[in-house]
Design a protein around this ligand. Sequence first.
Ligand code: GLA
Length: 402
Amino acid sequence: MRKPALLYLIVFLLIPTAHGQKFDDLAETPPMGWNSWNTFACDIDEALIRETADAIVASGMRDAGYVYVNIDDCWHGERDEDGFIQPHPERFPSGMKALADYVHSKGLKLGIYSDAGSKTCAGRPGSQGHEYQDALQYARWGIDYLKYDWCNTGTRNAPEAYTTMRNALYAAGRPIVFSICEWGDNQPWTWAKDIGHLWRTTGDIINCWDCIIDHGSWKSPGVMQILDKQDGLRQHAGPGHWNDPDMMEVGDMDTVGENRAHFAMWAMLAAPLIAGNDVRSMTDATREILTNREVIAVDQDTLGIQGFPHKKENDIEIWFKPLAGDDWAMAILNRNAEARTVAFDWAEEHVEDALKNRRPHFDQNTFQIRDLFAHADKGKTAQPLKISVPGHDVLMYRLSKQ
Ligand code: GLA
């Protein structure tokens, strides 16, 4: 090889490093944790974050897999004279490093929030033009997760803006989960796989079953609306890069059944499980839902395949999700307020995941049925299923081949 050609080759090989890349292996299964926004919005301080970390441990959530304690918007103070962002001096008087140390001492990780524009959605300083400095500051503090929002971005190009922050995080050297939050506006599923670990697919969730709140320039979809918006996105998700249908409202829905159904469907979607309720004061019923290890195992399954609806009929939806070891998860969702009886003749149903080329072949194979909320075995797929599903609720099963 002539010398200049060799030089070009070396430069070419160095380019990916020079321009940064995404930290691999940080989200092989969907991230799990808690975020302050859904319940507290801007009313946050370090005491809340500490108490929440304590409650995540005491409730058993940490041991069930919820490790990220994420501070959303409004933690910010001003930038110092060198341009480094500081936390709000009255709300976070001990500083972020001390808070990260505390959270880490509990066996948890700390997340923070910023925005690709000049200001965050709540008007705090954004990261535009300060990306490398902010990433360095987060790394110094010991931050483990960054949610990066899309307000006040003017004419910025989304892939470019998110790539800049990805590169800044990589250059700072601390592995940080990168959560892209541009609400699905720029179809991040088509470009974000190598930029972030998860990307929001919709506007901000609201704690209602089936409604849309119109704020004028933006809308808040309820749980069923968000579920519907996941149609056609499953081929883009997988280990390391997930569709994010937003932080959960489990604990803040109207009924236990709604909380349960919301949680079950997020697990079927292989969604990040980021709780958004006040975990310090949650009911036992909410704690049991959030720490249901059999449901969490569906979400966290190592195949990382997002589930799909097999059938939608009369407000009943029957979903399947292929799992490792040739198991399948199944959810029967009743969107209606009234109870419904559902009949499902396994041998007659041609369940298939054409995208992943997986089929349970219920006509040839018999599966054991495990009820994941009752924590009980419920017979086999040898007999047709006929069962009542309460209104705004779900039945969820794990099917294991005999
Ligand atoms: C946007 C995001 C929300 C939350 C707020 C904070 O609306 O989508 O999840 O982070 O900003 O201001």
